[in-house]
Design a binder for this molecule. Structure first.
Ligand SMILES: Nc1ncnc2c1ncn2[C@@H]1O[C@H](COP(=O)(O)OP(=O)(O)O)[C@@H](O)[C@H]1O
Ligand SMILES: [Mg+2]
Ligand SMILES: [Zn+2]
Length: 289
């Protein structure tokens, strides 16, 4: 999420746990095993709530990915099967952020020790928030940033391109005006959205039954091809966009997974052009000047 201060980015992230499905018993066991290794299993009880971790931007590499004198799971493992929220993304140390690239790609993290390696699970949903530039007001006509465009370019370049490429949905969050708050609340609250998410997850669980995979995000290789090949019109659009946006192979497969999920949310069996188009609209564009 990119947007000016006060747009509601932190608020939105904190609402996310409220729309996620409960852990299955098997998942709850995995999560509790990580907590137990970290010495943080609360009075031995197994919770069905998805983990939600929001480390501060001063967090070290060891705190994020694990390690230290006594090897312990890091935040990315404590968030396994749940959400890792990085607020004020560019304020994190560059190396600490880059240490998350491997776990984001593979769903696990290996901590090197003098005489052994320890591997912890780390399959997370990463959510990040940032202001568009250091002073935060790029693009706001009333409070225009006086140092644009350098302010934004400097700030955004603190996060590496390869990390940003691993983020599937890039959304701009508009400032909230006082008049917006006076509007009637939207028809869809967290409860209604949670029901839609649960339905989409059920479709995925049924589709991946008999495989070790759980969600569309896990789809790869043959299974990706089998379950996430768009229809004719969708394929044509994707090929055109891949060319125009110069998508990497990684970007291409990531779009297929997102399009599969958008189609699942819509209850559509086939991935159509409209689903591909929406997935493409969330792809990161080059930073705006
Ligand atoms: N859509 C909204 N409806 C009601 N309150 C909001 C909304 N968006 C933001 N706020 C309130 O505005 C304040 C700033 O929001 P916050 O999430 O901290 O913004 P950001 O993280 O983008 O700087 C918070 O007190 C939050 O509760
Ligand atoms: Mg905030
Ligand atoms: Zn600025």
């Amino acid at each position: 999420m990119v947007g000016p201060p006060g747009a509601g980015k932190s608020l939105l992230a904190s609402c996310l746990p409220g729309i996620l499905p409960e852990l299955t018993p098997a998942e709850a066991l995995e999560v509790s095993m990580v907590s137990s290794v970290a010495g943080m299993l609360e009075n031995g009880r197994i919770s069905r709530a998805r983990p939600y971790r929001a480390p501060h931007h001063s967090a070290s590499i060891a705190a994020l990915t694990g390690g230290g004198l006594r090897v312990r799971p890091g935040e990315v493992s404590m968030a396994h099967l749940g959400v890792l929220f990085l607020d004020e993304l560019p304020e994190f140390q560059r190396q600490a952020l880059d240490s998350l690239r491997q776990p984001l790609e593979t769903g696990e993290v290996t901590v090197a020790r003098a005489n052994a390696h320890v591997t912890y699970p780390a399959r997370v949903q990463l959510i990040a928030a940032m202001n568009p530039c250091r002073c935060g007001h790029l693009g706001d006509p009333a409070l225009a940033c006086s140092r644009a465009p350098k302010c934004a370019a400097d700030y955004q370049s603190k996060v590496s391109g390869p990390l940003l490429d691993r983020i599937d949905l890039h959304v701009e969050v508009d400032p909230v005006r006082a008049a917006d708050l006076a509007l009637p609340p939207p028809a869809d609250g967290s409860k209604e959205v949670a029901a839609r998410v649960a339905r989409a997850r059920q479709i995925q669980t049924a589709r991946l039954d008999g495989t070790p995979l759980r969600t569309n995000a896990d789809l790869d290789g043959d299974l990706l091809e089998q379950h996430a090949t768009p229809d004719e019109a969708g394929r044509t659009l994707l090929l055109q966009a891949a060319e125009a946006m110069r998508l990497s192979a990684r970007g291409y497969t990531r779009i297929l997974r997102v399009a599969r999920t958008i189609a699942d949310l819509a209850g559509a069996r086939d991935i159509g052009r409209i689903h591909v188009a929406e997935a493409l609209s969330y792809r990161r564009q080059a930073p705006r000047a």
